[in-house]
Design a protein around this ligand. Sequence first.
Ligand code: LLP
Length: 428
Amino acid sequence: MHFFEYRNGTLFCEDVDLARLAAETGTPAYVYSASTILSHYRRLDEVLAEVPHMICYAVKANSNIGILSLLAGENAGFDIVSGGELFRVVKAGGDAAKCTFAGVGKTEAEIRDALERGIFAFNVESEAELERINAIAGQLGVKAPIAVRVNPDVDAHTHKYISTGKSENKFGIAFERVFAVYANAAKLPNLKIRGVQMHIGSQITEAGPFAEAVEKMQPLVCKLKTLYGIEYFSIGGGMGIVYDPSLASGTTDWWAKDEKPLTLEGYAEAVVPKLKALGLKILVEPGRFMVGNAGVLLARVQYVKAGDIKKFVIVDAGMNDLIRPALYQSFHEIVPVTQRAGALEKVDVVGPVCESGDFFAEERELPPLEQGDLIALMSTGAYGATMSSNYNSRPLLPELLVKGDKVATIRTRQTPDDLIRNESLPSF
Ligand code: LLP
């Protein structure tokens, strides 16, 4: 569900006319709906009501401090993967004591900083990492809270780049090794075993893999509770969203595959009863679900170019601004900001970057588009801005947060000076 809709033929974000906004701020630009994010957070909170829980928003999906501050205001926890993300959370008013720190490559400096700030727990991905955390905690004279990330070897049926819970992935500790790793952790004097964690992948569009993974983990989690008194079980993130509403058979909420939409309620039904029985605090780490459908990328058509076999609509946003189609062949709905009459045409929507991979859609049926027209790339609130770069020396985009009829600029457009701010001419 989201708060983007046409009113009198123009796309609005909440009560803000996007054609007007684009005229004021220029394009390309990311626009987010605060009410959408808040409603996702609150609805997830509601469906998990039957178990004690903490929602740790996966900061990597969208790490703008303006977004983080919205969630901090809801008392959310945060799932971080770097010292930089922890810095952002704290700057945004988030509570370090509600942060879980994931990732396979935590550096000494990151671990020290996280311990000094008093995070909730490290989700540990290897035995070498346990040793490192133990050593640093010893130097600081503290006990480091940890959970081990278990790889449940479940197929999440998602794109291979974002599937993480299979044994061939680099993530977590194999099922068979888990008890040995906990036994080792228990011997390390500066660690406090606090929980257990899993995450099977991202953009998962069926309830099945979630249920399967929780079920597979159940006996292990119970045993860890008995042996080490763990307090929590984090079931990770990964809930998929609707990218292509034409497949969603009536729901605007969640990706619907084979006419069987995965709803938030369906997700909860699949996991909550199993989780209730554990008598533990449950952590979830949603990123995409929280912000994905809450954002659009506004872009303006620069040229329409008819090739021999294809027609190209060249817009002012590029793969450096939104890399998902190039990297994952992902689908983003594209709509004209001002509705247009006329027969649909098959076009490629491409950016200005010097790479053939710089496309947003290939052979897409769209209403007729002309130079100067404004389009919205839908569902780009997650892994859009956070994965953008300065490739081709293109400035990072502004990010605008809408709430009702108000607009906050939560990031300004970079200037040419910003592009070279940290660079210098050599003195030799
Ligand atoms: N927890 C862990 C340990 C993760 O690795 C991730 C995502 C999440 C939570 C949040 O997953 P979500 O709820 O957002 O699916 N760039 C890719 C997605 C990469 C996801 C990486 N890990 C994309 O644009 O689709």
